[in-house]
Structure formats: C-alpha cells, structure tokens
Design a protein around this ligand. Structure first.
Ligand SMILES: Cc1ncc(COP(=O)(O)O)c(C=O)c1O
Length: 426
C-alpha cells in the first residue's frame, strides 16, 4: 500500500491482508486480473457445518414464528449480552460439558463471535509487540485476530507429523514442546504472556486428554502465563468413546491459577450458525471481566437477535437430544465417506475424532517441499474446481499439508473427490 495519508495501523492491517491473501487471491484471479472463479467451485475451505441446516431451519422457524416483538427488542442491549442469553448459554454449557465447576452467567461477556473474543483476550493480556504461545499448525484466524489491530505476536509451538522419541502419535502436543518454544522465545527477547489452546483442535481435529490439559495449565502457571481455552468445537466430536475435558470439568482446586484461565465458546461451530455472530467469553478474573465488558462496546449483538437465540438455546433437550446427535452422526458419515475417497486416491491424512475438517498430506504431489510448490498445488486444485487451504496459512512448518473441510453433503464430497483426482492426475 503506497498512500501515506492513512494511519500506520491501517497500513499494517492492509499489508497483512495483502500478504496473507496473495496466494489465495492469485489463485482466484489470473495474472491479468481476470476472475476465474467458476460458480460451482466446491468450497472446502470455510469451517462451516453445512450438514444440518434442515434441522436448524425447522427449529428457527418455530422460534421466530412465536416471537412477539417487544419494545425492548428494538432498544440497545445491556452491554456484553442480555442476562437471559447468558443464562441460556450457561445452561447449555452445563449440560454439554457435564460441568463440575459452577458456570456463572455473571462472569460471561457476549461478543459478536469467537474471533472478537480471541482478539479481546490478546488485547487484554498483551501489550503491542508481546506474544502468546500457540501450537502449530493453528487456526489462521488467531494470528489475524491477535496481530492485525493490536500487534500481538504468535509464537508457534511446532508440532510434527513425525513423532519424536517419547511421543506416541503424529502432531502430538506435549509440555516438552511448549517449554522448548517458550524458552527459545525468551532467549530471543520475546515477551511471552499467554498460551492459547484450541481444544478440540483446529485444524488437526485432536482432542486433548484430561492429563494434558492439566499439565499445560501447570506449565503455564510455572511461567506465569495466562491460558485462553478456545473450546468452540467441544460438541463436534463425531467418534464414539472420546471424552472432551472442558475447563468446566475440572475442580477449582485442581487448576493452579484460575485467575489466569479464560474460556471461549461460540454459536458458530457446535450449533453450525457462523452467520449469527454470538460468542461467550468467560473468565474468573474480575479485571479481565471488566476489560471484556469494556471491549464489548465495540462488538455488540443485536438485542432482538439475542432474544431469539435465547429461545433456541433454552430448549436444552432439543440441543442435546435432537440437534447435536444429528450433527455428529452426519459429521461421522461425511468424515467416513470423504476419508475413504481420499485413501483410494492415495492421500494420507490426520483427522478425527473431532472438528469439521481434516489435515491432508498432499506433499507427495508437490514438485518440491517449498512454499512456491504448495501454492502452485493450491492453484492446480482450484483450477480443477475445488478449494481448500494451504498449511502456509496455518503456521504449519511442513509443506504440502492442507486443511480440508469435509462437513459437506455426500454428493458434494463425491464431486470434490472427482475433482481432486483430476488435479492429482493433471
Ligand atoms: C478455533 C476457532 N476459534 C474461533 C473461530 C471463530 O468463530 P466465530 O465464527 O464465532 O468468530 C473459529 C472459526 O473458524 C475457529 O475455528
């Protein structure tokens, strides 16, 4: 960006957008700037569960049909969310996390999405130039949310497809890896203030064990770090027999410093409503709560909308007995269908038991293990009419891996597999 009439801050944001989207934009637009987007491109890059809209539609129609538009639904909302919505979210979290710890709506701030929550926690914990640890590959939005407006850096904890000695599986997150990343950052003069954990993980689909969550909390406590637990996929676990250990499932006295632990949940993933823009941001720390409350001024959710969503979420039985079982059943079907197809094509992957996506290894189809070759492969796939996201966007250190969102109908998955095959053969 060349204009010097705008602020440095906005230039940084625009530069960031330019850099990060160059590879994607150049795939969408030919060298001469001509758009080459085919209307029917299968888009497997956005983390949306597109398998459940029929169930949602039916419920939403009921919720909206019986709604009386009271005067206060047109008025400004209480900052940080209307109490009824916060109570409904707390009820949902109590039911689905099998919470041991009390969940108090008064410690919750509603913002317009988990991205806003991630940005808010980064802003609250770090000054400009300071950093948080984040296992990599990571959800690309975290870097964007932290870096672009408040200049908070991400220090990756690099995970590897090849387990090191002492590790039992690919991409295993261990305390040893966290300590190493932390110490290296400190030696480089970086001020590290926090650890962000996404559990279940995006993009890997892993669910952390109870022991690992505890060990990471202890690690963070040892180095005086805040921990932000992004648990937005907590009810997107589609394999049976897998337990997710939400922070609410621990006893208070098990957690080394609850004052430094914070939590994020959203309507976007569990409930497949990314367009509705509602997140719950929870903390045990009074100052952090006051900060979230102050930030909520910038991220309001429309009042009438909050009331309708309250109605939907208050029907806990519908959530736990109708919606979530349907959602995970369909996710499992889609995952099995898509991974069977990928295996036939000779594409290894890391995926399950959770999430809407898997982490697929196309490295053997790259001309070289370089960023350029990864982008070239990305373009090739797009030309074949299917789109998913390169590891370059996710801070992944191994070239050739892509995040592919499989939460699509089976006929769409079939079409995608055909097109991937075409790309691999071209
Ligand atoms: C791990 C994670 N956190 C947060 C978000 C953002 O969610 P929201 O739509 O509520 O902003 C996403 C969206 O993909 C995500 O994957």
């Amino acid at each position: 960006m060349t204009s010097n009439k705008l602020s440095k801050r906005i230039r940084a944001l625009l530069d960031y957008e330019d850099n990060i989207t160059t590879m994607i934009a150049s795939a969408r637009f030919g060298g001469n700037g001509e758009c080459d987007c085919s209307k029917d491109r299968v888009k497997m890059n956005v983390s949306e569960n597109r398998l459940v809209y029929d169930v949602l539609r039916e419920k939403m129609q009921k919720c909206t049909r019986s709604e009386t538009w009271e005067d206060d639904m047109f008025m400004y909302s209480e900052r940080g969310g209307v109490p009824e919505l916060k109570e409904a979210i707390a009820k949902y979290l109590r039911a689905t996390t099998r919470a041991v710890m009390p969940i108090d709506p008064k410690q919750m701030v509603v913002l317009n999405g988990a991205d806003a929550g991630l940005e808010a926690f980064g802003h609250i914990i770090c000054d400009a130039g300071e950093a948080v640890l984040l296992p990599a590959p990571f959800y690309s939005g975290i870097h964007r949310n932290l870096k672009t407006r408040f200049d908070v850096n991400v220090v990756p904890i690099p995970l590897s497809s090849e387990p090191k000695s002492g590790e039992s599986k690919p991409f295993e997150l261990t305390v040893e890896r966290a300590v190493k990343a932390y110490k290296t950052a400190i030696q480089e003069g970086i001020v590290v203030k926090g650890l962000f954990l996404v559990n279940p993980n995006n993009p890997l689909g892993d669910v952390y064990s109870r022991q690992l969550v505890l060990d990471l909390l202890k690690f963070a406590n040892r180095y005086d770090l805040h921990v932000v637990l992004d648990e937005v996929y907590m009810n997107c676990i589609f394999e049976e027999g897998i337990d997710h250990y939400s922070i609410f499932q621990f006893k208070e006295d098990e957690i080394p410093d609850l004052q430094k632990v914070h939590f994020i949940w959203t309507f976007s993933k569990d409930l497949a409503m990314g367009g509705m823009r509602i997140s719950a941001n929870y903390t045990w720390n009074e100052d952090v709560f006051r900060s979230l409350y102050a930030i909520a001024h910038f991220h309001p959710v429309p009042t009438g909308w909050q009331r309708i969503m309250t109605k939907l979420l208050s029907d806990t039985d519908w959530c736990t007995d109708v919606f979530l079982p349907t959602s995970v059943k369909r996710l499992k079907e889609a995952f099995d269908h898509f991974t069977t197809g990928l295996t036939k094509l000779g594409v290894p992957f890391h995926g399950g038991p959770a999430g809407l996506y898997l982490w697929a290894d196309f490295s053997k189809f790259l001309s070289a293990r370089t960023a350029e070759a990864e982008i070239a492969f990305h373009h090739k796939v797009i030309k074949a009419g299917v789109e998913f996201s390169p590891s370059l966007l996710y801070g992944g250190s191994e070239r050739g891996w892509f995040r592919v969102v499989f939460a699509r109908k089976l006929d769409i998955l079939e079409l995608a597999l055909e097109r991937i095959q075409r790309a691999l053969q071209s």
